[in-house]
Design a protein around this ligand. Structure first.
Ligand code: ATP
Ligand code: MG
Ligand code: MG
Length: 545
């Protein structure tokens, strides 16, 4: 394996392999709490854990971190599994942390027996006050020096349901003067008379995350337990638990990395759930959502997301990545593999007055200008076509090379066409443009007589189909005070005329709409008769690699 890669986690693993710490093994896990859909931040963690295992020929578990007895939803579990698979990863085992409750309970008893845990009756307010501050040591509880027998009996009473929620807790007996506040006798078990989705009413006491997580990792033989930076200060507690409850030969190692933050993006399941519950978006898979389900429906590819996660690397300090970089990754992924199609928005009708009435022809257009092997297709062309609203200006601005009265442009795949006059409706709006074409300029026939500066695309009026187009913008934008607020224009629902081949578009099929952007036929709304396209990303990049 290569040393000193830019991935500091891999450097740690390289060293462990060199020193034989885990017998050369690498075993990671991705541990979601099944309380929402996964987002792009989770994708970072998934890619990191699964790819790291892959790189070293190791394994990675999918483990539901369900020690918190909140109502877990099958919908979430199903979505998590679908998302991990869609990203292209396969777990070694699918496990539930709640299946380890017996072991955790035994570990707690062991701590009590060793004089390393005690049952406390301080109120939450007292507990907070006794904890002290960064500057002041904490104060010991009057329960701290209870006998082992007393603690065993009280803990048994907790387990038996003799106390109400919050009346007692089990605390690790570590050090009330520790400079690390997490080590000032942290709570390791609490009472919660709540039914658990897996264990039902078997338990009314539940382990706290900092106590449960190291045990979960150790039970599964995890070697490298990768988590986000907020847990750095918890690492001494992670190690304390493994050391005190020492029934495993090679305790796992916790490694922290900086969580992913993205501009214009909400990155919290709780806040995302709020958007869903309040009907701000159309469900967890709304194409504006940064959930994996949303990105998938939006048209992102797993390759683009994996490439993005690889590209941003693994950092040790928090930062915010430009969302434009994610867009760059999908644009780069699609540019050489999807076919282009002609679609016009805000269509303007063009009548080519010197083109014979009743006649039409098929003209040839390449499917992907970067990839000649992708071939070409024939599209109809005739006397009446539509051009894009953005491709005509009655009074052109400087350096405008597209259509305006008196100007000649190339109509891509067809001919040079010149705008002769603008025909108006009674209300002054444009009815149509009257143009002429030059038959000598047919594309592919090598006309050299004169040059034009602009090329525009078209759709044949007689055969065009109407499609629905949803142009997405950022869900969140910054207001003038730099606060993230909802973008009132996060979706522009519009329509356009498309070349007839798009009538065959299947849900989930992607295209470049020539000169517009990359689009996907919406997986939910596209039918045989109605075509709804989501803009994945526009063609221009504001992000430079
Ligand atoms: P959220 O705060 O959005 O609810 P979470 O951390 O509570 O996220 P979990 O289900 O506990 O959600 O996360 C599973 C794993 O994904 C954890 O290991 C967590 O560290 C990681 N993770 C969550 N968000 C990010 C992020 N933004 N960047 C990197 N990893 C993340
Ligand atoms: Mg969590
Ligand atoms: Mg959370």
């Amino acid at each position: 394996s290569e040393n000193n890669s830019n991935n500091f986690i891999h450097n740690i693993i390289d060293k462990d392999i060199e020193e034989g710490t885990y017998g050369g093994k690498v075993y990671t896990r991705f541990p979601p709490e099944p309380n929402g859909y996964l987002h792009i931040g989770h994708a970072k963690s998934i890619c990191l854990n699964f790819s790291t295992a892959q790189k070293y020929g190791g394994k990675c578990n999918l483990r539901y971190d369900d020690t918190n007895p909140v109502k877990e939803d099958v919908e979430y579990v199903d979505s998590i599994e679908e998302d991990v698979k869609w990203l292209g990863f396969t777990w070694e085992k699918r496990l539930w942390a709640s299946n380890y409750f017996d072991t955790m309970y035994k570990a707690a008893i062991e701590l009590i027996n060793k004089g390393k845990a005690y049952v406390d009756d301080l109120t939450p307010e007292q507990m907070r006050e006794y904890r002290g501050t960064l500057k002041e040591p904490g104060k010991e509880s009057h329960c701290r020096n209870q006998s082992v027998e007393e603690n065993l009996s009280l803990f048994e009473d907790m387990r038996a349901g003799k106390f109400a929620d919050g009346e007692r807790v089990l605390r690790a007996k570590i050090d009330m003067a520790s400079p690390n506040i997490n080590l000032r006798d942290p709570i390791i078990y609490r009472i919660a008379h709540i039914e658990h989705h897996n264990t039902g009413n078997k338990w009314c006491i539940y382990p706290m995350y900092d106590f449960a997580h190291p045990i979960e990792d150790a039970i599964e033989g995890i070697t490298h337990s990768i988590c986000t930076l907020e847990f750095e200060d918890h690492r001494p507690l992670y190690e304390w638990v493994l050391n005190e409850v020492g029934f495993w030969p090679h305790p796992p190692k916790q490694i922290e990395f900086a969580r992913l933050n993205l501009t214009n993006t909400v990155m919290s399941k709780r806040l995302l759930k709020g958007l869903v519950d309040d009907g701000v978006v159309d469900g967890w898979d709304d194409p504006r959502m940064p959930t994996i389900a949303g990105l998938r429906r939006r048209g992102y590819t797993p390759e683009a997301i994996r490439e993005f996660c690889e590209e941003i690397g693994v950092a040790k300090s928090n930062s915010t990545i430009e969302v434009a970089m994610l867009e760059h990754c999908v644009r780069t992924d699609l540019q050489n593999r999807v076919e282009s199609r002609n679609v016009v928005e805000d269509p303007i009708k063009v009548v080519i007055t010197n083109y014979p009435e009743g006649q039409s022809e098929m003209v040839e257009i390449e499917n992907n200008r970067n990839v000649p092997e992708m071939g070409s297709r024939k599209v109809p062309f005739s006397r009446e076509i539509y051009v894009d609203g953005a491709d005509f200006m009655e009074e052109p601005v400087k350096k405008y090379f597209r259509l305006f009265p008196g100007n000649e442009v190339r109509v891509k795949g067809a001919y040079f066409v010149k705008c002769e006059s603008v025909v108006k409706n009674d209300d002054g709006s444009i009815k149509e443009l009257h143009c002429t074409y030059d038959p000598a300029t047919k594309s592919g026939e090598g006309f050299e007589g004169r040059k034009v500066k602009g090329t525009i695309h078209f759709v044949d009026a007689a055969t065009a189909i109407k499609i629905r187009i949803r142009n997405y913008n950022y869900l969140m934008i910054d207001d003038e005070n730099g606060n993230q607020v909802l973008n009132p224009d996060s979706v522009v629902d519009t329509w356009g005329y498309a070349e007839p081949s798009l009538a065959e578009a299947k849900p989930g099929e992607r295209f470049q709409f020539f000169r517009h952007g990359y689009y996907i036929a919406d997986s939910e709304l596209t039918t045989d008769t109605e075509k709804v396209f989501n803009r994945i990303v526009d063609l221009k990049s504001s992000w430079k690699p």
